[in-house]
Write a protein that binds this ligand. Sequence first.
Ligand SMILES: Cc1cc2nc3c(=O)[nH]c(=O)nc-3n(C[C@H](O)[C@H](O)[C@H](O)COP(=O)(O)O)c2cc1C
Length: 194
Amino acid sequence: MLDAIAARRSIRKFKNTPVPRHIIEEIIKAGALAPSSKNRQPWHFVVTTGKAKEEALAAMEQGLHREAQQPFLPESAQYIAGAWNTLAIMRQAPIIIFVVNPLGLDLLTPQNAENRVFEICNTQSIGAAVENMSLAAVEAGLGSLWICDTYFAQQELCTWLVGELAAAFALGYADEEPAPRPRKNFDDIVEWRS
Ligand SMILES: Cc1cc2nc3c(=O)[nH]c(=O)nc-3n(C[C@H](O)[C@H](O)[C@H](O)COP(=O)(O)O)c2cc1C
């Protein structure tokens, strides 16, 4: 197994040591080397630091407040506290990379089967890119956090980004060494057929 796969952890506490731009570029290039459905490469990376990051996170905060009044994801209300926690982590992280899906379909518009398959394949491709970025971050001595709590503030963040947000990625030098989180029992997740 690649060492980076075993060493990777979700990091939720970062040092404020600046990350050189060439390292950020290397990590995004690793993302862009991911396989993608029909080689569509459905990704656009918006790298935010400083004032731009504050603006984006203000949009997310506005969305979390709005979610309490006019929920976009009413059945997920139990996870809102977690989203506030994720927002605090994002504020503390020196870099937030927003992964925009330029081919993404509006979440509120019902889709036919064709479009859903298109969306699922593009989303899997983006997942592959984000995982590559997570592993490249480990190789570069950095920590990262893959984030989807942004979906509570999808409208607000998409307006700020001018694009359909798929995931966010917090990046920086780790200021914690979390233990591995438990995994399901191997025999319970694998079924052999011959
Ligand atoms: C698609 C996806 C979305 C995630 N969203 C969040 C998030 O919004 N906030 C958060 O703190 N962690 C988030 N995580 C991190 C998971 O909680 C974490 O991967 C899981 O608990 C396993 O821990 P590990 O990554 O350290 O192995 C997300 C992970 C994935 C793959």
